[in-house]
Design a protein around this ligand. Structure first.
Ligand SMILES: NC(=O)c1ccc[n+]([C@@H]2O[C@H](COP(=O)([O-])OP(=O)(O)OC[C@H]3O[C@@H](n4cnc5c(N)ncnc54)[C@H](O)[C@@H]3O)[C@@H](O)[C@H]2O)c1
Length: 703
């Protein structure tokens, strides 16, 4: 046999074992090995065949490094046919996770058994794909169309016992070695003269499916798709499973798989898949940097952010002390935490006793004496540099040597904060996003003196609490918020030029943003930006600039919390509605400033709002604030709900073409002024060289 697939006879059972660490991915050698083994087993003394895997898991999926390369024989469908057409029963022995192509291999077997801890699933949709080796045809045949729709469009794995209830697994074994259990199971099949059960032979009863089932499914999925197309194609495959014979259904599945594999949406999602893993790596911090143990954490400030951050640690069993200014503030903070957990319990996502366990891990104090023993402090007090410096001075005096002192500041200078201590090497930024217990992004901010082991530890603890981490250098707003400046500015400038708020947000939401910038302003509170602008001295003196945002705040329209902002809101449902009063006001203000309003296309809205993001991203790259363009994409996908099907702003720029982006920015500069539109030198350079940000990343090498 091959190096990665072995075959041997164990009495009357032929045993195929795959050994392709770390996850037994379906590389070409694995496919070939299985095919050869099944072929050999047809002509030996075996009466049944067991397919099992070594190591920690059953086949956990395709070898994604093969994506985009020319296919190499044998194709997976050929291997599956050989299994399905075997004259002797083939039993899949599942442990760990049988995912994607791995689960499709199992589905081609005549029987599936699994240990109780095993999971099965078809996660292809998460990469903008669909299961292309029969998954969409076989799952509905055994589990029903409705269950198949849920499983394949969510991509979420299913535990062994549930998979048995769904019919996807025939037998949940005891806790014994999976291969030994499967051999016993195969013997029992031989003894009972069990038939060769082929899923392909099952016909779905079309009359059992409501006539509008697929149309409704499409509608529901479209609401969440945000530019993704895979879900829609999965519905088409399931329709084919109902309407067409197996082989034609498989053909349809293959066709749609091919469409997706070469689609820009899937390319974007695969880009993010790799980018996310890269982002956690710091280029000049060695992989084997020793980590500091983090067994207890203190959070300073139990407000909006502090409470959410405390929950992140309690959720993974790490005790937290929350320090507040007085008992009242502490009680308020603990109350919010309890309320948030209660909502999770009500949604059925957390058991009540688990909630109590987690809350019990969070204690409160008003004294620095109680945080002397913690390994990590995260400061989330008011956004004020003097206050933060004072707090860090106190931390320096109170905390043990070696404790990591982190700040969750959004805009303040991490180096200035570090200098308020005698140990700037222990100081780092941990910039969470609101709501901190939900949002996946953690920007890790490296100060001028932050020690390597502090960075490595924070990256690791970030991962432990379920965050996607990206490294940022010190600058105003770090990667994400710094880039946002021009985006929000242009959204408001477009109003002056002739757009309604609904048109601006509509174009960006049509692109796939979860919420347009004006609606987002209403949600966050227009007064927040207003106050921030008042504190700035670097803004051009231009009456157009943020004119509507400023006027609305002065009229008492602070956004959702006051019932109106750029929009008005239904007091009961909070549904946003266009407000003719605002639209008239925009026209009036434009007239006052002699701005001739005009019709503006969605294309211009996208360019005006996104190109400043991209341009600032290029500056951030050349200044070394971000390590890679792909890190910036990760920041925007996980922190700002940029649509994953577009791959983040830098990937999006690459897909448009940097020359085109650059030329447009020059055009905007000539039209709207240099103070707003100044092309980044790196963007100009790449545009002139005909290069992309992806190439720029590649030339600088992986970590
Ligand atoms: N709200 C966001 O969306 C967001 C997002 C990322 C980062 N941040 C940053 O997080 C920090 C906190 O923001 P927030 O929105 O949670 O503010 P917040 O006003 O909701 O909470 C701040 C809390 O800090 C407490 N506090 C003030 N001084 C303190 C002190 N000396 N010691 C202990 N506690 C003290 C206050 O009582 C209050 O409960 C800020 O630096 C902010 O920029 C906020």
């Amino acid at each position: 046999m091959s190096e990665v697939v072995s075959y041997e006879l164990n009495e009357n059972i032929g045993v195929i074992r795959v050994n392709n660490p770390p996850v037994n991915a379906l590389a070409q050698v694995v496919r070939e090995g299985i095919l050869n083994a099944v072929t050999e087993a047809q002509n030996d003394g075996s009466e049944a065949i067991v397919l099992a895997c070594e190591g920690r898991t059953f086949i956990a999926g395709a070898d994604i490094t093969e994506f985009g390369k020319p296919p190499r024989d044998p194709w997976l469908p050929e291997v599956l046919s050989a299994i399905e057409n075997s004259s002797k029963p083939v039993v899949a022995a599942i442990h760990g996770t049988a995912l994607g192509g791995g689960f499709e291999v199992a589905l081609a077997c005549h029987y599936r058994c699994a240990v109780p801890s095993a999971k099965v699933g078809l996660p292809e949709v998460k990469l903008g794909l669909l299961p292309g080796a029969g998954g969409t045809q076989r799952v509905p045949r055994v589990a029903g169309v409705k269950a198949a729709l849920e499983m394949i469009t969510s991509g979420n794995p299913v535990a062994a016992s549930k998979a048995r209830d769904m019919g996807l697994i025939d037998e949940v074994l005891g806790d014994e070695d999976v291969c030994a259990g499967a051999i016993q199971y195969a013997k029992s099949l031989i003894q009972s003269d069990a038939p060769l059960k082929r899923i392909r032979d099952i016909t779905i009863d079309a009359s059992s499916i409501e006539p509008d089932f697929f149309a409704n499914a499409r509608k529901q999925l479209a609401r969440r798709a945000r530019g993704q197309i895979a879900q829609d194609r999965i519905v088409s495959c399931l329709e084919a499973a109902v309407e067409l014979p197996m082989d034609e259904g498989l053909e349809r599945e293959r066709e749609l798989f091919k469409e997706l594999v070469s689609s820009p949406e899937s390319a974007a999602m695969r880009h993010i898949f790799f980018a996310e893993r890269q982002a956690a790596k710091i280029k000049d911090v060695p992989k084997d940097t020793p980590l500091r143990p983090i067994n207890k954490v203190a959070i300073l400030g139990g407000g909006t952010m502090g409470g959410g951050i405390a929950m992140c640690f309690a959720n993974v069993g790490i005790p937290v002390v929350m320090l507040e200014i007085n008992d009242e503030a502490l009680e308020r903070g603990m109350g919010i935490i309890r309320k948030n957990y209660t909502i999770t319990v009500q949604k059925g996502k957390l058991a009540e006793d688990k909630m109590e366990d987690r809350i019990a891990l969070i204690s409160g104090t008003t004294s620095y004496d109680d945080i002397g023993d913690v390994d990590l402090v995260i400061e989330a007090v008011f956004e004020n540099l003097d206050l933060k410096k004072e707090v860090f001075g106190k931390l320096d005096a109170a905390c043990k040597q070696g404790a990591i002192l982190a700040t969750n500041t959004s805009y303040q200078d991490v180096d200035a904060i570090a200098e308020a201590t005698s140990r700037p090497e222990d100081v780092v930024g941990m910039h969470f996003f609101s709501p901190a217990n939900v949002m996946k992004l953690l920007e890790v901010v490296r100060g001028a003196k932050t020690a390597d082991d502090v960075l490595a530890t924070v990256m690791q603890i970030g991962k432990k609490i379920g965050k996607v981490c990206a490294l940022s250098g010190v600058c105003y707003g770090f990667i994400g918020n710094r880039m946002l400046g021009g985006y929000g500015r242009e959204a408001q400038m477009l109003l002056m030029d002739g757009c309604t708020p609904a048109q601006v947000d509509g174009a960006l939401e049509g692109f796939g943003m979860a919420m347009g910038p004006l609606a987002m302003g209403d949600l966050a509170g227009l007064d927040v930006g207003y106050k921030a602008r008042q504190a700035r001295t670097d803004l051009p003196d231009d009456p157009k600039l943020y004119r509507m945002g400023t006027l609305l705040v002065e009229m008492g329209r602070h956004g959702q919390k006051t019932g109106s902002g750029f929009y008005k809101y239904d007091p009961e449902t909070r549904k946003r509605m266009s407000d003719p009063e605002v639209e008239a006001l925009i026209k009036e203000e434009a007239a006052k400033l002699n701005i001739e309003q005009r019709a503006i296309s969605d294309e211009e809205i996208l360019a005006r709002c996104f190109y400043p993001l991209i341009n600032e991203g290029a500056k951030i790259l050349e200044e070394g604030i971000a390590q890679r363009a792909s890190d910036i994409d990760v920041v925007y996908i996980y922190g700002y709900a940029f649509p994953v099907a577009k791959g983040g702003p830098m990937h999006y720029a690459d897909s448009v073409g940097l020359k085109k982006v650059y030329d447009k920015i020059c055009e905007f500069r000539d039209r709207y002024g240099e103070e707003y539109w100044q092309p980044a030198p790196l963007l100009q350079q790449l545009a002139e060289q005909g290069k992309s940000f992806a190439q720029w990343d590649k030339e600088r090498g992986a970590a």
